[in-house]
Design a protein around this ligand. Structure first.
Ligand code: PEP
Length: 264
């Protein structure tokens, strides 16, 4: 039986990765518009602005007087963090700085961090441990390059990245993690994995979680697809049984398009 056919109760989660776009002076208006557009949806919606935009983003997300934990409101995440809680690490941002700002989520191991900023499976694993210790929910990215796909080693890569990322974690910790399958060749390129391909890759990732942590954890962990998701393809992708939502880059910067993705 297909892994997810036994339990389809996972709540969808759509996260917007704003990368190095959007200025602090633009955040309040943008988040307020998004908040109004997505109210009443039954999907976890997370936005991940640049660090310097986080205080304004949290303030705008909470402006209704309700907590960001409440259903229908926007939750805020960071795009990265250091693996230490404090210390002499010039230019870095620590997990307790994020929790001090009431940030709930943090993206860890995005392929752009791996490619341009020397992020490794080891640092990803360290960051996940620390994020969980501080009560943050990590959104952990894994994905193959075009070369690896062409060599036919996609699943080996995904299995290895997933195992290394989750190494040393307890069952309970793994349940609160969000994994994001992001084929690198699909990020920012306009090329998308087919819904079947994306679903199979995510089912393989769920399979690894099941081998290490058991079926119960594998059924509960939410796994997103990321890579050129837009208003036109979200419905088909998110309708697949193993795909629990998306990590969205470019299309999350347009309020109307992001709303359509959330309301797929
Ligand atoms: C991303 O940055 O994680 C991403 C998926 O980007 P895009 O949607 O632009 O491909």
């Amino acid at each position: 039986m297909h892994a997810s056919m036994t339990n389809n109760t996972r709540k969808k989660i759509v996260a917007g990765n704003w990368k190095m776009n959007v200025l602090p002076s633009q955040v309040t208006e943008f988040v307020t518009e998004l908040r109004n557009r997505i109210s009443g949806t039954d999907v976890d919606v997370v936005i991940c602005p640049p660090f310097v935009c986080l205080p304004a983003a949290v303030a705008a997300a909470q402006n209704s007087g309700l907590s960001t934990q409440d259903s229908g409101l926007i939750k805020v995440g960071a795009q990265n963090m250091h693996w230490e809680g404090t210390g002499a690490f010039t230019g870095e941002v620590s997990p307790n700085m994020l929790t001090d700002l009431k940030i709930e989520y943090v993206i860890i191991g995005h392929s752009e961090r791996r490619q341009y900023f020397s992020e490794t499976d080891e640092t990803v694993n360290k960051k996940i441990h620390t994020a969980l210790m501080y009560g943050l929910k990590p959104i952990v990215c894994v994905g193959e390059t075009l070369e690896q796909r062409e060599q036919g080693i996609t699943y080996e890569m995904l299995r290895m990245q997933t195992r290394l990322a989750l190494q040393g974690l307890e069952d309970e910790q793994v349940r609160s993690i969000i994994l994001a399958y992001e084929p690198i060749w699909a990020i920012g390129t306009g090329k998308t994995a087919t819904p079947e391909d994306a679903n199979n890759a995510i089912a393989a990732i769920r399979g690894v979680v099941g081998e290490v942590y058991g079926q119960d954890v594998a059924q509960q962990i939410r796994i997103q697809y990321g890579g050129s998701v837009n208003a036109g393809n979200a419905k088909e992708l998110f309708g697949m049984p193993d795909i629990d939502g998306g990590l969205v880059g470019g299309a999350s910067l347009k309020a109307d398009e992001f709303e359509k993705i959330v309301r797929y």
